[in-house]
Write a protein that binds this ligand. Structure first.
Ligand SMILES: *[C@@H]1O[C@H](CO)[C@@H](O)[C@H](O)[C@H]1NC(C)=O
Ligand SMILES: *[C@@H]1O[C@H](CO)[C@@H](O)[C@H](O)[C@H]1NC(C)=O
Ligand SMILES: *[C@@H]1O[C@H](CO)[C@@H](O)[C@H](O)[C@H]1NC(C)=O
Ligand SMILES: *[C@@H]1O[C@H](CO)[C@@H](O)[C@H](O)[C@H]1NC(C)=O
Ligand SMILES: *[C@@H]1O[C@H](CO)[C@@H](O)[C@H](O)[C@H]1NC(C)=O
Length: 455
């Protein structure tokens, strides 16, 4: 790789960060404030958020070091555009090479344009910690501090205790929240684990039990964390671009019954990805003489070795052409591709509830989960020989159409729209807005419980 590359990106990111941390210098933000203040003021009741000021070691410095995580790829290119990454091509308005681990940065940028911010923590209903927890965990997960991963978060806690401790003490941290752009699994190593296994202990530290953590995957029995959608590559800046995408998705010709975009499944031990691979490979050898008029019963996109990660065209086109998108658990139960599929109007097929149903209740309504998705228990496929393609072929066409309409309705809910987007687009709640609603509700009921307890 060219040695000048990291420096260019560091330069870009410094510029980026200048605007990020000085919102008042941005003309855009000024306009935003003046245009929205009168209309939103009255809607801010119970919705005030204070952004806790943190020293740069907890956010900025972690980014300026983006090329120095030598044990990983250079992370600098993904910082561009406030964490959306670089555009997929020069003339693209909505599509970026987004890395999901940038959610901490994307979220922070969006918080700065949240209409109900308050400088005064004592009037706030919630306190946001702009700490890039996932970034900070890298040195413990992959780096030199692997053996002291129970210390992840201790410095932050000490800061919160020493600087203006009244902000924390008001509600013992119960009103605080932060984003951790990795599965909670990466932060839940028991404190006394010996030998040392995977993960830091951030979520196991009693110091943070009261804080709401927004992760891209929660544990099976989450208490302090709640899962929020992985960011996809689609970040429209205005309503027209969102609507024209949804129109394209609705009109797309679906010539495959099912699609699997992912890697793995090559091991000989029985598991769901292996079953999918075998069934898909076998179905394509049947040829195109199937009774439902599909060109393919099962299409696959090989995403091994991370080739799809920052290249949405590889999988979005095939997803637009499929009726159902298979979402088997990977290294962990959830996958980003669930959200790519919804974005492409491809009905997601799950093999366990931990993959989505018990995770994303703020964004994917749990009580109508069957109206936009299919669940096939993985045990039935792996051990009882149930054929996935048979199950999907038996679903009547009319029902498939209704499910797709539901999936289309979900698109705006799982998209993280671009920062500084048009006022029209802001009238539709996106993944960020729903996360804020969910977080405020969670904190409100937590504080309610505490005050009941005291009484
Ligand atoms: C950034 O990198 C420098 C040099 O490698 C290191 O000394 C510093 O501790 C790093 N900062 C953070 C916040 O990781
Ligand atoms: C994109 O734009 C930049 C600068 O405007 C230019 O240098 C580059 O060649 C363009 N890339 C493509 C693929 O057109
Ligand atoms: C962590 O500890 C183990 C066992 O003591 C040692 O083998 C390993 O090199 C240590 N890792 C780091 C990154 O220091
Ligand atoms: C968490 O909340 C409980 C109950 O309100 C309180 O006793 C405890 O001290 C809090 N923990 C921290 C670290 O503030
Ligand atoms: C492949 O398909 C044929 C015909 O549909 C079936 O008889 C055979 O058992 C399948 N093989 C595997 C490995 O599933």
């Amino acid at each position: 790789m060219a040695s000048s590359k990291p420096h260019i990106f560091i330069f870009i990111s410094i510029i980026t960060l200048f605007f990020l941390f000085n919102p008042t210098t941005s003309q855009e933000t000024d306009n935003l404030d003046s245009s929205s203040s009168s209309t939103t003021q009255k809607n801010c009741e119970n919705r005030w958020i204070h952004i806790r000021k943190l020293p740069p070691q907890f956010n900025l410095d972690l980014l300026t070091n983006c090329s120095e995580y030598t044990f990983l790829d250079d992370l600098c290119p993904y910082l561009a555009n406030h964490g959306l990454g670089q555009k997929t091509h020069n003339r693209s308005h909505s599509w970026y090479r987004t890395d999901p681990s940038m959610l901490e940065l994307i979220f922070h940028r969006r918080m700065l344009e949240y209409p109900c911010l308050t400088e005064d923590p004592t009037t706030a209903n919630a306190v946001y910690l702009p700490y890039y927890a996932g970034f900070d965990s890298l040195r413990y997960l992959y780096g030199p501090e692997y053996n002291s991963s129970e210390e992840h978060g201790v410095q932050l806690f000490n800061f919160l205790q020493n600087e203006n401790p009244y902000i924390w003490n008001r509600y013992s941290g119960h009103d605080h929240f932060l984003v951790m752009a990795r599965p909670a699994w990466d932060f839940s190593q028991p404190l006394d684990n010996d030998p040392h296994l995977w993960g830091t202990s951030f979520l196991e530290l009693p110091q943070f039990f009261n804080v709401t953590a927004l992760t891209i995957e929660a544990r099976a029995w989450p208490w302090q964390e709640h899962a929020v959608p992985y960011p996809t590559s689609f970040h429209p800046p205005n309503l027209a671009l969102l609507d024209s995408w949804i129109l394209r998705v609705r009109r797309s010709k679906r010539s495959s019954l099912a699609l699997f975009a992912g890697g793995g499944g090559l091991s000989s031990a029985p598991n769901i990805r292996r079953s999918i691979r075998i069934e898909c490979d076998n179905s394509s050898s049947v040829g195109n003489g199937n009774s439902f008029g599909y060109e393919k019963l099962c299409d696959t996109v090989d995403c091994s070795n991370g080739v799809c990660e920052h290249d949405p065209i590889r999988f979005m086109k095939p997803m637009l052409g499929a009726n159902f998108c298979l979402q088997p658990p990977g290294d962990t139960p959830t996958r980003k591709s669930t959200f790519d599929a919804i974005l492409a109007g491809c009905i997601p097929v799950f093999f366990e509830d931990l993959s989505a149903k018990s995770q994303y209740s703020w964004h994917l309504p749990e009580n109508e989960f069957e109206s936009f998705s299919v669940t096939i228990p993985k045990e039935d496929v792996v051990f009882k020989g149930l054929k996935i393609l048979d199950v999907l072929q038996r679903i009547p066409r009319a029902r498939v159409r209704r499910m797709r309409e539901k999936v289309l309705e979900l698109i705006p809910r799982v998209v993280y729209r671009k920062h500084s987007s048009s006022p029209g687009l802001r009238t539709k709640k996106d993944a960020f807005d729903l996360t804020i609603d969910g977080t405020l509700d969670k904190i409100r009921s937590r504080l309610q419980e505490l005050s009941d307890f005291v009484l």
